[in-house]
Each structure stands twice: as structure tokens, then as C-alpha cells.
Write a protein that binds this ligand. Structure first.
Ligand code: T4K
Length: 394
């Protein structure tokens, strides 16, 4: 893409990208392996309920996570719900409002009360100081979120949970391939939940996984995932249906096999964005610093007032150019029903991030050349904010 400022679509030219560039375009592993896996499930006439693909998927994932116990589910939302039940959580759950709404909905759907805490400005995750301000007599658990694959203050939160005798659960939906001090992020807390949704770095079409070091917790969760059955006609308690299908598990297995390629693509794109966006006043590509090592699956920029355009103006330009950037996770859980009907304490850092952050397209459907071109486009748009704002009618 070589576009002059005057050729921007918002100024009357054609879109810079002929085809839309999406955030969340699925990574697809080896097609042959996926179709073979699904074909084997068909040949076996075993399509769900603990088939060979599910077992293999859980085994491979456990290996990847250093031997943690893994209970695959049909999505992460139900995985979170089951994890909360298996942990015996009651009352209020302290969590950040800066997350996908599924985190809060999982809490509320379980009949628990979400209590939103602010995030730390450095990590954008729930920290011990903020969490502590929301702990009260009804608090039943802490629920951290590894936003965009960032670790946050896992040590501080773990110490706080221990001190207060509270279970610590992590929404680790974004974290496959992310580590802290060489340890997979999903291995922190009493349990963590990964997502294998189509938009995640590795997918099983839809899917999730509860990860824990506690064998009994994993067994309880596995029983709850299958209506409470422990044997052909023995039910030990309340359960639901959160099973991952064999087709999903076959897709998940192929995704795990392709993980190294997915990680390399995301990291290459992140580096390309870094280069293309370097030195633009007011624009910051969110960094990942040691001891974190990230999967770089979310490429997020912070757009300051000094950048010339605000986040929403910049997004409007990008969308006009066929770059479908997303405002994840605007407007924040505390600002959507049913949570907005309750009085909320101020969340200044959360509000700040929600007003300024923009997720850019990446993944294997995006090349480093695309990333560099999006970076150039952003630079061009910020070059002449007055012309662009005029064209946007502002
Ligand atoms: N916790 C956190 C922190 C999460 O981010 C999520 C999910 C969860 C929990 C719950 O996990 P799951 O229960 O879903 O396993 C999407 C995903 O649906 C959602 O799973 C994900 N987070 C969230 C970050 O992204 P939307 O509302 O943005 O979806 P949608 O339909 O707008 O699609 C997103 C982008 O992906 C679009 O640009 C289109 C593109 N896309 C999507 C699909 C499904 C494709 O190009 N192809 C596809 O097949 O939520």
C-alpha cells in the first residue's frame, strides 16, 4: 500500500486496503490435519462425550502447560462458570471492569455479584491494591483477567488471596503462549480459564479450558461439565452441558500443532507495527516487558490527545480505509446492563484506557507488510488531523 495523504478514502480516494483487514480473523492450522481429525471422529462414530480427540486435545494442552490438569469446555464463558462452581465460590466476586463482558456475565449468571475494581496503570490488570479496596464481608473470590495476554501482578494478587483466605481465579482467555518467568500464565491462581474461540490465537471453533494444579478440582469440574455424571447412571450433583465436541477437539489439536507458526506470525506483526509506529507523538503501542513473554495476539495502541486525532476519529479513518480496528473492551462492563443499573465506585484508570485504546488487526491473516502499511496509514492520518476531521464532519 502506498497512499498519499490526499488519497485517503476519508478524503475522497479509494480505501487503502481493497479487502477488509479484520481484528480476530481466525488462525487456521494444517487443513489436512483438521479434516483428517474430523474424518477420524466420523469413522469412529464418536462425536462428543470424552472421545479420543478430546482426550488427545486435553493431553497435548496439559503438556504445553507443564503438566497442569486441563478440562476442555465448549467455551471459556461456561469454563469460568464451572470453575467458580467447582471452587465453591459464593457472594461477591472482585474483578476488573476492563474486560470482555463474558467475564462479568459468567459471574452474574452463577448468581454471584460482580464487584468492579480498577486496574493498575502499569499492567492494565487487576492489582492487589485495587482488589483490596473492594474486599468486604461478602467477598467470595478474586477474579483477575490477563488482559490482552498481560500477566499483571500475579504475585501480589496471589499473596492477597492467601492472606484473606479467598480463592483466586484467572480469566486467561487471551493467554495461550504467554508466560511469566518461563511459566505459562494459565498456571497461576487456583484455576485459570483459556478460550479457544475462533478469534483466539489457537481455536477449536468454539472452546475453552479450565486449567488447575488441583486434581480434585479438575475432577469436580469435569463432572460438572457432563451433567454431574461420574458413571453410566450415577449422578453426584448439579451439572451442566459444557462439553467440547470431537470436531472442536480435532480443530483444537491441529491448532496446538500449529502454535509455533501462529506465535511467530503474531510476534512478527507486532514487531512490524512497532517499527511503523515508532516515534509518533501521542501514540503508544502497548509494550510487553520482561518477565512477561507475550503471544502478541492483541496489538493495542493508546491514542493520546497529542496524537492529533482522538481514538474514535482515528478508528473512523482506519475503518474507511478498510482496516477494521476494534475498541476492545469499550464501554466497559460497568457501563452495560445489567451492571450499569447499580452504583459503581470510580474507575479512573479503566475509564482512561477505555477512551483511548484501539486493537489493530493481526494474526496469520495479516502479513508484516500489512502491519507496516497500517502503521503508515496511521502516520498519514495523524499528519493532517484538520483535513481528516473536516472530512469526518467534525
Ligand atoms: N474472557 C475474555 C477476556 C474474552 O476476551 C472472552 C472472549 C471470553 C472471556 C469468553 O470466551 P468464549 O466464551 O468466547 O470462549 C469476540 C469473541 O466472540 C469472543 O470470544 C472474544 N473474547 C472477544 C474478544 O472477541 P466480538 O463480540 O468482538 O465478536 P465479533 O463477532 O465482533 O468478531 C470479532 C472479530 O473477529 C471481527 O472482526 C470478525 C472476526 N471474525 C470472527 C469470527 C468468529 C472472523 O473474521 N471470523 C470468525 O470466524 O467477540
Amino acid at each position: 500500500m502506498k497512499t498519499a495523504v490526499a488519497e485517503l478514502a476519508v478524503l475522497g480516494g479509494p480505501p487503502a486496503f481493497a479487502e477488509p483487514l479484520h481484528v480476530g480473523r481466525p488462525n487456521v492450522g494444517d487443513r489436512e490435519a483438521i479434516l483428517t481429525g474430523i474424518g477420524e471422529a466420523l469413522d469412529e462414530r464418536w462425536l462428543s462425550n470424552n472421545g479420543s480427540k478430546l482426550e488427545a486435545f486435553e493431553r497435548r494442552l496439559s503438556e504445553r502447560l507443564g503438566g497442569m490438569h486441563v478440562v476442555a469446555t465448549c467455551n471459556a464463558t461456561l469454563g469460568l462458570q464451572i470453575a467458580m462452581r467447582a471452587l465453591g465460590i459464593q457472594g461477591e466476586v472482585v474483578l476488573p471492569a476492563l474486560t470482555f463482558v463474558a467475564t462479568a456475565h459468567a459471574v452474574a449468571w452463577e448468581g454471584l455479584t460482580p464487584v468492579f475494581a480498577d486496574v493498575e496503570p502499569e499492567t492494565l490488570c487487576l492489582g492487589a491494591t485495587e482488589a483490596e479496596t473492594r474486599i468486604g464481608p461478602e467477598t467470595g473470590a478474586l477474579l483477575g483477567v490477563h488482559l490482552w495476554g498481560r500477566s499483571g501482578d500475579v504475585e501480589g494478587l496471589s499473596a492477597l488471596a492467601r492472606e484473606r483466605g479467598l480463592p483466586l481465579l484467572f480469566d486467561a482467555a487471551h493467554t495461550l503462549g504467554c508466560e511469566r518467568d518461563g511459566r505459562p500464565l494459565a498456571a497461576f491462581g487456583d484455576a485459570a480459564v483459556l478460550s479457544f474461540h475462533a478469534t483466539k490465537i489457537a481455536n477449536s471453533f468454539e472452546g475453552g479450558a479450565i486449567v488447575t494444579g488441583d486434581r480434585e478440582l479438575a475432577e469436580r469440574a469435569a463432572t460438572m461439565r457432563n451433567f454431574g455424571f461420574v458413571d453410566e447412571d450415577e449422578i453426584v450433583g448439579l451439572g451442566t452441558n459444557a462439553k467440547l465436541s470431537e470436531a472442536g477437539a480435532a480443530m483444537g489439536l491441529a491448532s496446538l500443532e500449529a502454535m509455533d507458526g501462529f506465535l511467530a506470525a503474531s510476534r512478527r506483526n507486532y514487531a512490524a507495527y512497532g517499527e511503523a509506529l515508532a516515534g509518533i507523538p501521542g501514540l503508544t503501542l502497548l509494550p510487553f516487558d520482561p518477565p512477561e513473554s507475550s503471544n502478541c495476539h492483541y496489538v493495542v495502541v493508546d491514542v493520546d490527545a497529542d496524537a492529533g486525532l482522538d481514538r474514535d476519529q482515528l478508528r473512523a479513518v482506519l475503518v474507511a480505509e478498510n482496516v477494521l480496528a476494534r475498541r476492545y473492551f469499550y464501554p466497559g462492563c460497568h457501563r452495560v446492563p445489567p451492571y450499569d443499573r447499580r452504583p459503581q465506585l470510580p474507575l479512573p484508570v479503566t475509564e482512561h484506557v477505555l477512551a483511548r485504546c484501539l486493537s489493530l488487526p493481526t494474526g496469520t491473516a495479516v502479513t508484516p507488510a500489512d502491519a507496516a502499511a497500517v502503521g503508515d496509514l496511521i502516520r498519514l492520518a495523524l499528519y493532517q488531523p484538520d483535513a481528516v476531521c473536516g472530512a469526518l464532519g467534525e
